[in-house]
Design a protein around this ligand. Structure first.
Ligand code: ADP
Ligand code: ZN
Ligand code: ZN
Length: 734
């Protein structure tokens, strides 16, 4: 009898022992089917054992070994183990949340061909094809003509009917299932790297066989992506795989296409949460087998099983989306560094505004700073940033005369403008001037935001919707005040919908496009918008931060920033860092090609140090000041932090749960400071009252030692049925 310790998807900080038939040759990392209570579950074997505490008549026998995937590697299991210990979550939960959902089911994955190749008949058909409008089938053949073989998932991204088209091509004998993907690669390299790029690349390639963490620091357009591509080329040439993490799902198709063009025929896999279940599982398996040479993905891809991982790139490493905000609250960037260290490979953290943690690591010599100080393209100078003093300006609908004039010039020159307002909806709140009623969410400590219904009612007859941006609660906007009956309810403030109206009324002839998560929700909508922007069918873009990230708009020469002051005033100590990064990033949208960009920031505080740094494009000065302030205040990176959060039906119950938790804290914690329980800044969310206890220490190690004792005890704490708690290490939210 073999005993195996199995990780299951249950919120208990322990593994479960099962007996196995020795002839099955169960290995650590294998997926297995086991009985759990009255049900069956898929688990992952973490370790084999000779003994178990469970009496031999009680131990249950596993039901089967799931052989449609290879066992996860020791390296992968060790990463999960680290994640479990560092983020103080049960190993079973870590493993199960990393696994694609489809692999948590016992039914074997349908043996879809994992790759296709062109037959001789296919080559002939392609050569004979006329120049008529290319069909999807032709596109698929073209794609395959580039490569010796191409993974099924990649071809599936080429059109919504790709599956049917592939079946048809297969039926016609034009394509065949490929047994192995190509192992050699081609790299399209037509540019001469700048001196800064060359030396950055040299530093990275000099340590392809050992651990080094590089901070690739350069503004948008400074050529970071080009350095990644070259470093990946060297990695592939060494027979290894590369993993590239990006912050946004929206960025993956664009980047996959760009990478595909530079590495023709190289199997590239994409991993993010919007994939169909089978696609994600297949990509996972092909990554594990080594068939996929490059994996692009969002934070979850840090767990991609890669047999021959040789390089990790984290693009826009400062982005908050690399931190998971529920369940296992891991930082994909930090795990990427840990993974690289354990594998003895390089990791490249790229950003125009590195996270202060990252920058501090570079200054301390733990990471190596590689700077790309200039934009690479001749003539593509950094944009000119100007602060528009709103205390002196005449404004209409929140747009200053100065900004309006600049937009008008762009329209006349057929260039594009972007107005950046990081607040979607029509107005942040609806209010009654007579009695003081405001539209509050009944479930959250937040206002309901005024939205107009998607099918927009004619002017004057618009009533629209009230929507909570935290819990999603939605209700029709009342026509009169629910409290006093007054019919003059006023939407206060301005969101992107209202700005869109304002721009349209100021520039009736302009073609205006609003891009925020409301207008890009539908599948494919973002691609259509991009195509319109690229084709010059848009004059003024209005957008939230989703526009700030990584998109290249060659005709865009003006960026106007509205209402940034709100973030300047925020209480959160990370707010300035986030604001600077956001403004620097949105400013980077302006003037990438041969047209110099201009950025106008509307503010009532033009003297603020943050804005002054922005005008000078001086991240380093800004970061030095922030780090000094953080050090003086004892905030990260000068200290390590964790919070234990409680959620309950009343504020008292949440605070009481935390006081109960504090009773279990190890008494001896010289280097660790425990703060009193306090409500969170968003004190109620979806009907849960929220509070937290902050734990700080100048020593990460001391904090970890303290947490591992304390949190283990908390899992045994009795908690009322209508209350719950969780721990968040290196939290971003307070
Ligand atoms: P980043 O990732 O820093 O925003 P990119 O690598 O995307 O910068 O480069 C910006 C633009 O400059 C791209 O269009 C890229 O193709 C081009 N580019 C990058 N490096 C060079 C180079 N050495 N010579 C010419 N063009 C370059
Ligand atoms: Zn009222
Ligand atoms: Zn709400």
């Amino acid at each position: 009898m073999t005993i195996a310790r199995v990780a299951l998807d249950v919120p208990l900080p322990r593994l479960f022992d099962y007996s196995f038939d020795p002839t099955w040759n169960v290995e650590p990392g294998a997926r297995v089917l086991v009985p759990f209570g009255p049900r069956r579950r898929v688990g992952v074997v973490v370790a084999l054992a000779r003994e178990t505490d469970i009496p031999s008549d009680k131990i249950r026998a596993a039901l089967g070994l799931l052989a449609d995937t290879a066992p996860l590697s020791r390296e992968w299991l060790a990463l999960a183990e680290f994640c479990s210990q560092y983020y103080q979550r049960p190993l079973g939960e870590v493993i199960q949340s990393a696994l694609p959902p489809r692999l948590k089911r016992a039914e074997p994955l349908r043996a879809a061909p994992s790759a296709w190749t062109l037959t001789a008949a296919g080559r002939d058909a392609l050569a004979a094809a006329t120049a008529a409008r290319p069909s999807l089938k032709r596109t698929l053949l073209w794609h395959l003509a580039y490569a010796d073989a191409c993974p099924h998932e990649i071809l599936m991204t080429l059109g919504t009917r790709a599956a049917a088209a592939l079946r048809a091509l297969h039926g016609e004998g034009l394509i065949a299932s490929a047994t192995a993907l190509p192992t050699t690669h081609r790299f399209v390299d037509e540019r001469t790297l700048s001196a800064a790029q060359t030396s950055a690349l040299a530093a990275i390639t000099a340590s392809l066989d050992r651990f080094a963490a590089f901070v690739l620091f350069g503004v948008t357009g400074s050529g970071k992506t080009e350095v990644y591509l070259h470093a990946i080329d060297r990695t592939l040439a060494a027979g290894k795989q590369a993993l590239v993490l990006v912050p946004e799902i929206n960025l993956t198709p664009q980047l996959a296409a760009e990478f595909g063009a530079r590495f023709p025929g190289v199997p590239i896999g994409v991993l993010h949460s919007n994939l169909a279940a089978n696609e994600r599982a297949r990509t996972w398996i092909d990554a594990q087998s080594g068939n996929l040479r490059i994996i692009l993905g969002t934070r979850m891809a840090v767990f991609a099983p890669l047999a021959r991982l040789g390089l990790i790139v984290v693009d826009e490493e400062h982005d908050a989306s690399f931190k998971q905000q529920d369940g296992v609250r891991y930082s994909a960037r930090d795990l990427a560094v840990v993974r690289a260290q354990r594998l003895a490979i390089p990791v490249v953290l790229g950003s125009a505004t590195p996270a202060l943690e990252t920058y501090a690591n570079a200054q301390a010599g733990r990471y190596r700073l590689l700077s790309l100080p200039e934009r690479v393209r001749a003539g593509a100078a950094l944009p000119r940033v100007e602060l528009v003093d709103m205390r002196k300006e005449i404004e209409m609908h929140g747009i200053s005369a100065r900004l309006a004039e600049a937009v008008r010039e762009r329209i006349a020159r057929q260039e594009q403008s972007l107005l950046f307002l990081n607040r979607r909806g029509y107005a942040p709140v609806l209010a009654c001037g007579a009695c003081g009623w405001v539209s509050d969410c009944s479930r959250c400590a937040a206002h309901l935001v005024v939205h107009y219904a998607p099918a927009r009612a004619p002017r004057g007859a618009r009533h629209g919707l009230l929507r909570c941006h935290h819990c999603g609660l939605e209700a029709p906007a009342p026509r009169h005040c629910p409290s006093c009956g007054n019919v003059d309810l006023v939407p206060f403030g301005r969101g992107t919908q209202r700005l869109e109206d304002a721009v349209q009324s100021l520039f009736p002839e302009a073609r205006v496009l609003r891009i925020d998560s409301d207008t890009t929700r539908a599948r494919g909508s973002w691609d259509r918008m991009r195509a319109d922007i690229d084709a010059g069918a848009v004059d003024v873009l209005i957008g939230t931060q989703i526009l700030a990230k990584g998109h290249d708009f060659p005709r865009l020469t003006l960026v106007g920033v509205l209402n940034a002051d709100a973030a300047l005033m925020a209480a959160d100590y990370r707010a300035p860092e986030r604001l600077f990064a956001q403004l620097q990033q949105v400013a980077g949208r302006a003037g990438r090609a041969d047209l110099r960009g201009e950025v106008l920031v509307q503010t009532r505080y033009p003297e603020a140090a943050l804005y002054q740094s922005l005008v000078r494009h001086d991240y380093e000065g800004f970061a030095a000041r922030q780090l000094q302030e953080r050090t003086e205040a004892g905030f990260p990176p000068a200290a390590a932090e964790a919070v234990v959060r409680a959620e309950a039906r009343t504020p008292q119950a949440a605070l009481a749960l935390l006081r109960q938790a504090l009773q279990l804290a190890p008494a001896d914690h010289a280097e660790v400071t425990l703060f009193d329980p306090v409500p969170m800044s968003l004190s109620r969310l979806s009907g849960w009252e929220r509070a937290h206890v902050l734990v700080q220490s100048p020593s990460r190690r001391a904090l970890q030692a303290f947490l591992s004792v304390w949190i283990a005890r908390l899992y045994d704490m009795r908690v009322a049925a209508d209350a719950r708690w969780h721990v968040d290490v290196d939290p971003l939210e307070f």
